[in-house]
Design a binder for this molecule. Structure first.
Ligand code: BMA
Length: 324
């Protein structure tokens, strides 16, 4: 039997690290399934007009992924559209690189358009593709913007010295998987790449790190919510942490919070498609100084929690570990 997961259901808040978590309790969808999927996870969320728009990843029974869209009036209760938003290209120029699925979207509002980056999986490895939309009714693929193997590309919502900027995470067999920055004049061609943040040895993020939500502008700098992975005898544990980048020069990491802000604690984060995972692709900063952080629990369900932006910035400034 196919099941669709409800996107979010309020189960009451509780303190979880530095997030006041309004966590999602997964429930089988009792109504008509929009389309059959195994998971609803690793979603980007943005505010568009009066709605919160969520682009979420779903595993199919084949283990391959597509991207769906859900809408919410309050950022908490979401309803999925009847059709997926982005499915692997068939027969077009992206087809050779998306045959195994499209994953983990991130969205940035840039010059009036929503820029979407997502992982494109194929027998050729994992690359990042860039697409755009004005209003989420249609989506246009623009370009593949990395070679294999990259994941976790987030684009800044502003230009720096006339160039677009992104954080990304190339894979390497030689070095620990770290966060890099790259620049582009046109969003298609990227360069001036440099490594700006490494995993810290014998630390909660020592195995690998990767950008999570697109950076949020604050008075003290760009707040980046990233994921860090620690390997144990029982497998990897994915947690979330925070880093602050210089406002004018985002290659300068001003501080990295020493401790995680969120770790797998609830049953739907500890057990699921992949155990012990909280993984973010999006956060929405609100006018009242809070931020809604969205994360996938155990690669299976979507959860949301709220934090104070100033508190997260404080962790980067007052309780920091070296960036490299
Ligand atoms: C990463 C990606 C994420 C996933 C995480 C935990 O490598 O595949 O999409 O959430 O692993 O399984």
């Amino acid at each position: 039997m196919h099941r669709t997961r409800k996107l979010a259901k309020h189960e009451g808040g509780h303190e979880a690290g530095h997030c006041q978590a309004l966590r999602a309790q997964p429930h089988p969808h009792k109504g008509r399934d929009p389309y059959p999927v195994e998971t609803v996870h690793n979603a980007a969320v943005v505010k568009h007009g009066n709605e919160y728009i969520m682009l979420f990843r779903s595993h199919l029974r084949t283990g391959r992924s597509l991207i769906g869209l859900a809408r919410s009036p309050d950022g908490f209760r979401f309803t999925a559209d009847p059709q997926p938003f982005l499915t692997p290209d068939r027969g077009g120029p992206f087809a050779a690189y998306e045959e195994f699925g499209v994953e983990d979207p991130r969205v940035t509002l840039l010059e009036g358009e929503y820029i979407i980056t997502y992982s494109a999986y194929s027998r050729n490895g994992v690359r990042i593709a860039l697409a755009k939309t004005k209003d989420f009714s249609q989506v246009e693929r623009v370009s593949l913007i990395t070679e294999a193997d990259y994941r976790n590309v987030v684009i800044f919502p502003e230009k720096f010295g006339g160039l677009y900027a992104r954080l990304d995470r190339p894979h390497s067999e030689i070095a620990p998987w770290s966060i890099w920055i790259s620049y582009s004049p046109d969003l298609c061609y990227w360069g001036q790449s440099q490594l700006i943040m490494r995993p810290a040895q014998y630390h909660w993020d020592e195995m690998k790190i990767g950008p999570g939500a697109p950076p949020i502008k604050t008075e003290q700098g760009w707040l980046s919510i990233y994921h860090g992975v620690f390997q144990t005898m029982d497998g990897s544990v994915y947690r979330l942490g925070v880093a602050l980048h210089d406002l004018r020069d985002p290659a300068k990491v001003v501080g990295v919070g020493d401790s995680w802000i969120l770790q797998p604690e609830d049953p739907w984060e500890i057990t699921g498609y992949v155990h012990n995972v909280v993984f973010t692709c999006g956060a929405v900063s609100e006018p009242d100084g809070t931020v809604k952080i969205y994360w996938g629990g155990a690669d299976t369900v979507m959860c949301m929690g709220e934090a104070n932006v100033s508190e997260l910035v404080g962790l980067c400034l007052n309780n920091a570990r070296p960036a490299k």
